[in-house]
Write a protein that binds this ligand. Structure first.
Ligand SMILES: [Cu+2]
Length: 152
């Protein structure tokens, strides 16, 4: 009996469990949010979206009780300054993989509600033009658990 309990504990203790969702021809891999600081009013969300189908789709909206408002942002660099630009939708061409990652494309959560901690799962709904509404969970991960691409 004690052995069984130990195994259950180990399963629950895996902090960076991969999680993914398939909706029609779209595959959404590991939505995540870096742990926000205690006073943060906004947070960025990341994931990898692959279109395995033959028709273009686009991410048009994200809903979550986690924030008052969400937007899709790109990050552009000019004169050494990172600037975030609001985009109305994020196209995903057939066969294409779009990566939302630190210093790049992201979902901006603005007006955070409540507290979050590492290991939390934040429910959200992604709205695609063709695939429709897709329920996902953003894992709250330590930034250190993810490879840093900012040097590229
Ligand atoms: Cu942003």
């Amino acid at each position: 009996m004690k052995r069984a309990l130990t195994l259950i504990f180990l399963a629950l203790a895996t902090p960076l469990a991969a999680h993914d969702t398939t909706a029609g021809s779209l595959h959404i891999d590991h939505p995540w949010i870096p742990v926000p600081t205690a006073t943060a009013k906004s947070a960025a969300g990341y994931m990898v979206i692959t279109n395995r189908g033959h028709e273009a789709d686009e991410l048009v909206e994200v809903h979550s009780a986690f924030a008052d408002q969400t937007m899709l942002h790109t990050t552009e660099h000019a004169d050494g300054v990172a600037k975030m630009t609001h985009i109305m939708s994020l196209p995903i061409a057939p066969g294409e993989t779009v990566t939302l990652e630190p210093d790049g494309l992201h979902v901006m959560f603005m007006g955070l509600q409540g507290k979050t901690a590492e290991g939390d799962l934040i429910p959200a709904t992604l709205v695609f033009r063709n695939a429709g509404e897709v329920a996902v969970e953003f894992a709250v991960d330590a930034m250190d658990d993810h490879p840093d691409h900012s040097g590229h």
